[in-house]
Design a protein around this ligand. Structure first.
Ligand code: TYD
Length: 136
C-alpha cells in the first residue's frame, strides 16, 4: 500500500447559523464501515502517539478540536499531513506506519476504524512492518 492512497477527505457540512453539523456514514462518506470509534484528548505538549502500523485496518483521523500532524510512511515514502478542521478527515489505508505529533493545546483527535480493537492487527516494531511490507 502506498501513502498516495491516504487522502484528506472533505466531509459533508450542514451549515447553520446556530452551529455547523457534520454527519459521517460508513460506506457512504468514507470507504469503509465503522466498527469502532476512539479519541485522544488531554494530550500533553510534545507528545507523540501512534508509532505503529495496522495489517488490515482502515481509519479516518479527524481533528475534532485543535490541530496535530500525522506522519505517514509506507516503507518507501513519507508525508506529513497537518489536520486542523473538524470537517476534514485523513483516510489511512492498511499497511501504513503512522505517528502523530505537534498536538496543539486542548486538541482532540478522533479515529473512525473499520474493525474492533485487536492487538493481532498491529505492527508495533518498525522492523516487523518493513519485513512484511517488502514480502508483500
Ligand atoms: P495504542 O494503540 O498503543 O496507542 P497509540 O495510538 O499511541 O499507539 O493504545 C493505547 C492503549 O489503549 C493500549 O493499551 C491499547 C488500548 N486500546 C484499546 O483498548 N482499544 C482501542 O481501540 C485502542 C486504539 C487502544
Amino acid at each position: 500500500m502506498s501513502i498516495d492512497l491516504c487522502k484528506v477527505m472533505d466531509l459533508p457540512i450542514h451549515k447553520d447559523p446556530r452551529g455547523n453539523l457534520t454527519a459521517i456514514e460508513g460506506g457512504t462518506h468514507i470507504p469503509f464501515d465503522i466498527q469502532r470509534v476512539y479519541y485522544l484528548y488531554d494530550v500533553p505538549g510534545g507528545s507523540e502517539r501512534g508509532g505503529h502500523a495496522h495489517k488490515g485496518l482502515h481509519q479516518l483521523i479527524i481533528a475534532m478540536s485543535g490541530s496535530f500532524d500525522v506522519v505517514l510512511d509506507d516503507g518507501k515514502d513519507k508525508r506529513r499531513v497537518h489536520l486542523n478542521r473538524s470537517y476534514q478527515g485523513l483516510y489511512v489505508c492498511p499497511m501504513i506506519w503512522r505517528t502523530i505529533d505537534n498536538f496543539s493545546s486542548g486538541s482532540v483527535l478522533m479515529v473512525l476504524a473499520s474493525n474492533k480493537y485487536s492487538e493481532d492487527d498491529y505492527f508495533r516494531e518498525y522492523s516487523d512492518f518493513m519485513r512484511a511490507r517488502w514480502q508483500a
